[in-house]
Write a protein that binds this ligand. Structure first.
Ligand code: SF4
Length: 379
């Protein structure tokens, strides 16, 4: 029997919030599911209400149709936030992706690593039973053919057309986790980025060995990576504003460069960037740092560094997400007139960052090549 590895400390049972069904994702739908549902009164009802139940994908398949992509909502989501396919036809008739959510499986030479998506409310809140309790259910879904990402033993993607072995990656990850426990995630991710970039420049990629020359707590590239992450964080703050016109953005850029007050009425914030970072450091307490650690543990466990994109691209996101989460947690806290951030502020910020920068996020594929062009030139 295939070995399934579950992460420690992560719980999940659906709280039926429907939030995953109100996000703009391409959710593939099997042709037989389309056939069954379109022939059922439920499908006919949804087509009458929305104009379509499913859309055609570029590769000739089907996906869930969103009537208004600006306000995405699955046409099968009921007002009470329950799935009407689940309620009227049964769980087995749902598209496999919907049955599988929020689980993510990564098949490696050491067995299958089970992860979960932090786009799910219950996962963010750590609500429910330990993930191990879902093992039988997951095995049933695996037999039905849910999606599993495969990592090949001798083709672990590190950079553009650059690969290493699974054994090398495991040793690299072990040292990554050891350092993360001592010096924190962000510095470790920055160090790993530089090492991975150096390794890809060599004839034979050897990730694990690269750690040897790097002292604990050493800031890589004299802080250039950290500066780039700071600049990117500010760029994201601007990108997420409702108004991104030049009249709105140029004064913010000017204020940022001169160290003057940033006017962000969306968060009732008027103060310098450094004042915001100071506020953030005070507002984001130990409990939230522990929550962020749980998020990082699950990312490492599910092999997020190797999924969808090569290691180098994913490391940028691992370094950037905690910054974005702390910053937006501070914004939401400040807007609510509080000095200490609460879990709700944090969950809201984490959802935002997962949506844009997570494994399935909208931005990594756009940001990572730009980052890597800088990095590969700098090392
Ligand atoms: S987002 Fe998670 S908790 Fe909410 S309905 Fe979907 S699976 Fe359930």
């Amino acid at each position: 029997m295939i070995k399934l590895h579950f992460p420690e400390g992560q719980n999940y049972d659906c709280v039926m919030c429907g939030a995953g069904c109100e996000s703009l994702w391409t959710i593939p739908v099997e042709p037989q599911v389309v056939e069954t549902i379109e022939a059922h009164p439920l499908g006919i009802r949804v087509i009458n209400e929305n104009g379509a139940a499913f859309s055609k994908t570029e590769d000739g398949g089907f996906a869930i149709f969103y009537k208004d992509p600006e306000k995405p909502r699955c046409g099968f989501l009921r007002q009470d936030k329950l799935c009407s396919i689940h309620a009227e036809l049964g769980v087995d008739e749902k598209p496999l992706t919907c049955q599988q959510f929020p689980f993510h499986l990564t098949d490696t030479p050491d067995g299958v690593y089970v992860g979960v998506s932090y786009m799910c409310t219950a996962v963010r809140q750590n609500s429910g039973r330990p993930l191990q309790a879902h093992e039988d259910w997951l095995r049933e879904r695996m037999a039905k053919g849910i999606r599993i990402t495969t990592i090949e033993a001798d083709r672990v993607p590190v950079g553009q057309e650059r690969y290493t072995t699974w054994e090398d990656y495991v040793a690299f990850e072990e040292e990554f986790n050891r350092r993360r426990a001592e010096q924190g995630l962000e510095l470790t991710a920055q160090q790993a980025l530089v090492l991975a970039a150096q390794a890809t420049n060599q004839e034979r990629v050897q990730l694990a060995l690269a750690w040897d020359g790097l002292e604990m707590e050493e800031m890589p590239l004299g802080g250039q990576v950290a500066s780039m992450l700071d600049g990117t964080l500010f760029a994201l703050v601007k990108l997420f504003l409702d108004d991104t016109s030049a009249e709105r953005i140029l004064p913010l850029d000017e204020a940022f460069q001169k160290g003057e007050d940033l006017d962000l009425p969306e968060f009732n914030w008027k103060g310098t960037w450094f004042a915001l970072l100071r506020f953030q450091d005070k507002a984001f307490g130990d409990e939230l740092e522990d929550e962020l650690d749980r998020w990082a543990d699950v990312q490492m466990h599910r092999k997020s560094l190797l999924i969808y994109r090569p290691l180098l691209d994913n490391l940028w996101m691992l370094a950037l997400i905690p910054r974005l989460v702390r910053c937006y947690t501070a914004f939401y806290t400040y807007r609510a007139g509080r000095q200490r951030a609460g879990l709700e502020d944090y969950y809201q910020a984490l959802r935002l960052s997962e949506m844009y920068l997570g494994s399935n996020g909208l931005l990594p594929s756009r940001l990572a090549p730009r980052f890597n062009a800088f990095l590969l030139q700098a090392v």
